[in-house]
Design a protein around this ligand. Structure first.
Ligand code: SF4
Length: 270
């Protein structure tokens, strides 16, 4: 079990991987890789990322930007759910392109960031990777780098931004200095959408961009400078299997029981 810089326990969360590195450029590169592949079951994600980071060892940033791009043969055995070895390789080449063109991923994000336009900022950021990827494997490309204007909540990429921008809690990494935490959007997946519905901050059922905005606005009302502050704590409830989109957990011992409609109905939190 790995402890984060602030002492928090991070096993089961992909943020564990960037915490393994010391240099800012490795932390950023590892965070983008880890967040991008943070889909599927926790053990499956960990197994895949362990294998991918061994290919990128000892410095993910150095491997990505070195003069000769990583040969496709190095990822030939790497597959994560429906992302094929070819998709993994194209993903790495797209990240390499971002580094070669902009120097850092923060530089790329800033080049398209407009204050007050989280959707457009994210769209421009992810469009760069889609264009770098090219026309091959379009389904894999569009999943790895979705377009928020087509409705995607861009959960994994908001997770990446949270890690990069926030700091001080031992979980998030805080290596970016030019993007304000007040403009972050809550990373929303089915677990978060369901929990948000249970505690009454959204009536929407889908985990799409509008739901993410609605949930973010609710948190912004209580924490305007840091609307994603509670994301890690809330998503732990779903990720640890305590309460999932498919079934409620043990409401009697759940910390949300007094504000969750299902928890109150079950008599939890007394
Ligand atoms: S109170 Fe019950 S239904 Fe609500 S979040 Fe907790 S475990 Fe899930």
């Amino acid at each position: 079990m790995l402890a984060a810089r602030g002492g928090a326990t991070l096993s089961s969360d992909p943020v564990e991987f960037p915490h393994r590195y010391q240099k800012t450029e490795d932390i950023e590169a590892a965070a983008f890789v880890a967040a991008s592949f943070a889909f599927g079951a926790v053990p499956q994600i960990r197994t895949f990322l362990e294998r991918l980071f061994s290919v990128l060892s000892p410095s993910p940033h150095a491997v990505l930007v070195r003069a000769r791009p990583l040969p496709a043969a190095r990822t030939a055995a790497l597959r994560h759910r429906f992302i094929s070895p070819g998709g993994v390789h194209r993903f790495l080449l797209a990240v390499r392109s971002a580094y070669l063109r902009h120097g850092t991923l923060e530089g790329l994000y800033l080049s398209g960031m407009r204050e007050g336009d989280a959707r457009g900022s994210m769209a421009r950021f992810l469009a760069f990777f889609r264009e770098s990827w090219g026309e091959a494997l379009p389904r894999e490309r569009n999943f790895m780098f979705p377009d928020p204007y087509l409705g995607s909540a861009c959960k994994r990429h908001h997770l990446f931004l949270r890690w990069m921008v926030r700091s001080g809690d031992g979980v998030d990494l805080g290596v970016w200095s030019s993007v304000p935490a007040s403009g972050l959007i809550v990373p929303v997946d089915t677990h978060m959408a369901r929990l948000a519905g249970c505690i009454g901050i959204t009536r929407r059922s889908g985990a799409d961009w509008r739901t993410a905005e609605e949930i973010t606005e609710a948190f912004r009302a209580v924490c305007p400078d840091d609307p994603v502050r509670y994301d890690y704590a809330l998503t732990r409830i779903g990720i640890m299997g305590d309460c999932t989109a498919k079934r409620p957990g043990d409401c009697a011992s759940c910390p949300l029981a007094t504000i969750c409609r299902r928890g109150r109905a079950a008599g939890g939190g007394k």
